[in-house]
Design a protein around this ligand. Sequence first.
Ligand SMILES: [Zn+2]
Length: 142
Amino acid sequence: MSFDHILPVTNDRDTAGFFEACKNKTLVYRVCQSCNAALNPPRAHCGICGSWDTAWREANGRGRLYSWTTVCHQVHPAYRVPYTVVIVELEDAPEVRLVGQLNGSPDLRAGMAMQVWFETLGDGTVLPQWEPIEKTQQGKES
Ligand SMILES: [Zn+2]
């Protein structure tokens, strides 16, 4: 028996553009057009300068591993253990940190280079995921 992943809300006014871009295999983050601040989580209003002039900016798809944890105790049938939850800061805007999931318990180290890829779930939702650019000891073979 298979179980579905927990799905994010993709039609929220603050995040819909992010998920629409993911469907086009593009990673974006929200920026303030007035002061150039990266707004994460994405918002229509800049909390730094007060501007409502915000927009999506395309990221280059690379990042650095900020932190991770390996889950060994299964908490949901759709998420087989072990898996590793990663937090990746974007190369373009390190203040933007995105979460992803790797299978197993790969050999990781803080600051390692990561590359985005896009996972399509059963309902068509597309999520950004991350994989190390460098080979790891238990890394994914490709
Ligand atoms: Zn601003």
